[in-house]
Design a protein around this ligand. Sequence first.
Ligand code: PEP
Ligand code: MG
Length: 319
Amino acid sequence: ERERLSRLRHTPAVTRDGQRIELLANIEMPDDTRAALKVGAVGVGLFRSEFLFMGRHGVLPDEEEQYQAYRAAVEGMQGLPVTIRTVDVGADKPFDEVRHDEAHLNPALGLRAIRWSLSEPAMFLTQLRAILRAAAHGPVNLLIPMLAHLGEIRQTQVLLAQARAQLERAGTPHGWVRVGAMIEVPAAALIVDRFAQGFDFLSIGTNDLIQYTLAIDRADETVAHLYDPLHPAVLRLIAATLDAGTRHGKPVSLCGEMAGDPALTRLLLGLGLRSFSMHPAQILAVKQEVLRADAARLRDWALAVIADDEPAAMLAASA
Ligand code: PEP
Ligand code: MG
């Protein structure tokens, strides 16, 4: 089976009705680009930059170290686009020593991701400069995690402009980036039109979207059986985000675990998803589903699935 799948590596991911589907890799370290290319990923859809920040006993990577890491990922992808997400520490990705003294009652609802970045503007500017500098070496997209408040759009834009101005003043080479919003908090999904207007693209983070929609801690084993990607509420938020992308002409990707589950590929295609980002190990299995699918014909079925009380049963029935 593995050998059969590996023959799909160079096959373009196109559905039977001719829809071109983007299959991207999620990476945690610059070196992971090798695994991404090996399975034929057409880019990196999520570089979780927090892995550069973790396990360092609170010593943050400086601009040069970050620049070298982002540049290595960009060069590693040999001209294919790399989406770098700004640091998303907190909750399931604790930042060890730092802020340990301020141990939060509920880290998943605490000062994490963009909230932390905006509360530490010097740190955030350092990261933004490093990413803009890496963009001089190839196509880079910048992705902002955990947005919930409209004010965070403006604050992010102001800091990004400031980072760019600093590089310009210093005469440091840098490149242009497209800026995207992660949709992974229900509040953002419910007013997704505003995020679609404020950003160049959207990326659905289903791992957190499920956690926050269903009030299930994604790391808590005792409620793991209730962590349901096929809950109708979750599916409707995903569908609403895809529809907003279409309305505003903004590309939408999905980079949570759902993107890498071949049992969900047809449903997501039917809902209109055309860009999937996943662990490299899943890419060929998902590609196989894409090659078998007729996206246009899946549309009505997918809409019926998300309107049903038991989407999982409908999915199983059609497998
Ligand atoms: C997500 O939340 O779906 C996601 C892709 O980000 P992470 O798993 O890093 O929170
Ligand atoms: Mg997330």
